[in-house]
Design a protein around this ligand. Structure first.
Ligand code: PEP
Length: 253
């Protein structure tokens, strides 16, 4: 037993209107029963955040955004700040998802600033890291993870480290139906934890490190049963309340 509380997060990406968000949460919250042992986070698009916060108010579910800008305000057309998320009751933020790195040129330098601002403002950062297929094939997985962890957590104080959630998401497994084996996921996560130990050994033991990449009801138990895997960041399968519930159930210690 690791002693870390499992965490399962739903990354809805650019899916679900306000009405669809409310329908999902009405069904999901009605079914969660005795899932206190698992922390659940829903990450809807910006337009559905307020509705999700409202629906989750009397439930243990937390709501997180899928991105934010590091500045508090300013001439950044199309962006949203930490203060704006906090203002509507959002409690966390996904940072550095590979889709943002790939399609929106999210850099490690910007991510380091975003992680710092999220921690300073009291938003729980869910920082995504992971290698591409070419990098894995070239034997560069550990080098990529080391570089991302070092750069993205640059400046995070040892006492703040335990408040960061990390999601190991091999890019080749995201939305492809191709899942990392439990051994591959556990090996990468253990490596990430060993890197965190360089910042603070105690905090490294407390940090939740999730796996993300084609997690489904059918493969969740074998992944989440692993000692090093503290939960999941779920894309496609989180859009359906029954599938997402099954994955949350599989995370029970
Ligand atoms: C994700 O978007 O973070 C993700 C893991 O997606 P999927 O579960 O669809 O692979």
């Amino acid at each position: 037993m690791s002693g870390r509380t499992p965490l399962v997060a739903a990354n809805w990406k650019m899916h679900k209107t306000v009405g669809e968000t409310e329908d999902f949460l009405d069904r999901f919250i009605g079914e969660i029963g005795d899932l206190e042992a698992v922390e659940i986070v829903i990450c809807p698009p910006y337009t559905s955040l307020s509705a999700a916060v409202e629906r989750c108010r009397r439930s243990p579910i937390r709501v997180a955004a899928q991105n934010m800008h590091e500045a508090e305000q300013g001439a950044y057309t199309g962006e949203v700040s930490a203060g704006m998320l906090l203002d509507i009751g959002v409690q966390g933020v996904v940072l550095g998802h590979s889709e943002r790195r790939q399609y929106f040129n999210e850099t490690d330098e910007a991510l380091a600033r975003k992680v710092a601002v999220a921690l300073e403002r009291g938003l729980e950062p869910i920082l995504c890291v992971g290698e591409s297929e070419a990098e894995r094939d070239a034997g560069e997985t550990e080098a990529v993870l080391r570089r991302q962890i070092e750069a993205d957590l640059d400046g995070v104080a040892a006492e703040d480290l335990a408040r960061v959630v990390i999601a190991y998401e091999p890019i080749w497994a995201i939305g492809t139906g191709r899942t990392a084996t439990p051994e591959q996921a556990e090996e990468a996560i253990a490596f990430i934890r060993s890197q965190l130990a360089g910042i603070d050994a105690g905090a490294a033991e407390a940090v939740r490190i999730l796996y993300g990449g084609s997690v489904k009801p059918g493969n969740a138990a074998e992944l989440l049963g692993r000692e090093q895997i503290d939960g999941a960041l779920v894309g496609g399968a989180s859009l359906d309340p029954a599938d997402f519930l099954a994955i949350c159930e599989a995370a029970k210690p």
